[in-house]
Design a protein around this ligand. Structure first.
Ligand code: BES
Ligand code: MN
Ligand code: ZN
Length: 503
């Protein structure tokens, strides 16, 4: 077990096995790089030797730079880790630099972070960045099954004794623990995380969290028989082609004194082959990640409960596997959703909106003040915004609330519109109440949101399309590691905090 602490101490005198120091670029074209806020006494310990050393290491203070040097007694710690912060570093830059540092520190029992940390947001960013940047997923490696982790991580900050800083550390730990579990679930192959296994795994996580922190979160799982009784035709339709039956998981956190009620809904497609409208091979490669939304809403709920935020949260995770078999739903089929609205299927690969339809309606029945769904919903959103930014759609005030939370949480998000003419497309079925899809290539991500809105009963609602940022197919950058990213957890926890504060 790693211990985490804040300390108001000098980095030059800290006894840690490694000390992480930030570097910022020098002023002007030929200015020499400087050590960042928090590292001044290391600069004094090196004196005039610092500039030539940074120069021979090629460290100029640019974001992404990392260099390690043995200190040979110049300071107490045997190893210095320099990380570039770029000009005017804020929480975002500190989070990224701390993430880069975490991967550079490979063999240290204790680590001291001497990054800029003279504000609570910076304290949080440094801790989150370091904990997330060091993430690896080794469950499927035959060697190195255990994660190597330091016994002690200390953040050096002048705010060490302040209540707000301790609270920031606690928040960082709750959010990163939840994000890490989300990443783990996303990274597990589809064969090993079918809907029943996923539901069971979540149930176990809820029980463990309840035991550990005493937070009261209730969890119920509905199986395919119960879903049939309830008339959840969307979830059942998507799941009917798979050997593993679908599940609908519900969680409830109901703290005393809560006046605001937040409902979260997550897309939990444990594998998306496309169904009969089969995806090409390349499109299927990462589709074990199609449950990233469900994983994020579940773990955000647990983090909110662990932090004891005074907001009532009701969470739904709609779990199904979209597969090909003689029992699969067909294009042309009509499904009756839980809301009673019928849907004509035209593309079995647009399955996310079908499972979300049932779960969204169920959420509206609880009459929450705000519904937020999180889903790896459309490739269109990745085309539009790239693979690190989520699209946010819904009514203006709800979208604004989610965007503000994402900004504070350090997750990138951008608003997208649901125009009237886009909405008309979901009413274009010749046989059912709604058309699921229309084969028009343009604006597919917007049409998907227009479809979801049909199931929100006019309540305040925002939809987060995380098809891009839910999964990182590339390499590690900052706190962003390969595979599942856990995107959304931090934003949802922040959203719950902002709802609690606005009471
Ligand atoms: N799970 C996919 C969306 C996706 C694509 C997630 C790329 C992550 C990366 C979703 O179920 C899907 O297949 N969407 C279709 C929508 C279309 C049929 C309207 C798509 O993106 O092509
Ligand atoms: Mn699909
Ligand atoms: Zn999908």
């Amino acid at each position: 077990m790693t211990s985490y602490a804040l300390r108001n101490a000098s980095p030059a005198k800290s006894r840690a096995d490694a000390v992480v120091i930030g570097v910022v670029p020098g002023k002007g074209r030929r200015g020499t790089p400087q050590l960042a806020e928090g590292a001044q006494d290391v600069a004094s310990a090196y004196g005039r030797r610092l500039a030539p050393m940074l120069s021979s290491l090629g460290v100029r203070g640019k974001a992404g730079e990392v260099a390690k040097v043995p200190t040979h007694g110049t300071i107490k710690s045997p190893l210095l880790v320099f990380v570039g912060l770029g000009e005017e570093p804020g929480p975002r830059e500190v989070r990224a630099a701390a993430g880069n540092a975490a991967r550079a520190v490979t063999n240290a029992a204790s680590v001291a972070l001497a990054l800029p940390a003279d504000g609570v947001e910076l304290v949080r960013a440094a801790m989150e960045g370091y904990l997330l940047g060091g993430y690896t997923f080794t469950d499927y490696r035959s060697n190195g099954a255990e994660r190597e982790s330091a016994a002690e991580i200390v953040l050096l900050t002048p705010l060490a004794r302040r209540k707000e800083a301790t609270a920031a550390l606690e928040a960082a730990l709750a959010v990163t623990t939840a994000t890490t579990t989300t990443r783990d679930w996303v990274n597990v192959p589809g064969a090993d995380l079918t809907p029943p296994v996923f539901a069971e795994s979540v149930t176990r996580a809820v029980r463990a969290a309840t035991k550990a922190s005493g937070s009261k979160v209730r969890v119920t799982v509905r199986d395919e028989k119960e879903l049939a009784k309830l008339g959840c035709g969307g979830i059942l339709g998507v799941g009917q082609g798979s050997a593993a039956p679908p599940r609908l998981l519900e969680m409830e956190y109901r703290p005393k004194g809560a006046t605001t009620h937040l409902a979260l809904v997550g897309k939990g497609i444990t594998y998306d082959s496309g169904g009969l409208t089969l995806k090409p091979g390349s499109g299927m490669a990462t589709m074990k990640s199609d449950m990233a939304g469900a994983a994020a809403v579940v773990m955000a709920t647990l983090a909110i409960a662990e932090l004891g935020l005074p907001v009532r949260v009701t969470t739904y995770a709609a779990m199904a596997e979209n597969m090909v078999s003689g029992a699969s739903m067909r294009p042309g089929d009509v499904l009756r959703t839980y809301s009673g609205k019928t849907v004509e299927i035209t593309n079995t690969d647009a399955e996310g909106r079908l499972v979300l339809a049932d779960a969204l309606t169920m959420a509206t029945e609880k009459e929450p003040d705000l519904i937020v769904d999180v889903a790896t919903l459309t490739g269109h959103m990745v085309q539009a915004l790239g693979d690190r930014i989520a699209g946010v759609l819904g009514d203006d005030p709800s979208v604004a609330q989610v965007l503000a939370a994402a900004e504070t949480a350090g997750e990138d998000a951008w608003p997208m519109p649901i125009h009237e003419y886009i909405e008309s497309r979901v009413h274009g079925s010749k046989i059912a109440d709604l058309a699921q899809h229309d084969w028009v290539r343009w604006g597919g991500g917007l049409m998907a949101a227009a479809f979801l809105r049909e199931f929100t009963a006019g309540r305040p609602w925002a939809h987060l399309d995380i098809a891009g940022p839910g999964y990182n197919s590339g390499g590690a950058v900052g706190h962003w590691t390969p595979g599942g990213t856990g995107y959304g957890v931090a934003t949802l926890v922040e959203l719950a905090r902002s709802l609690a504060e606005s009471d």
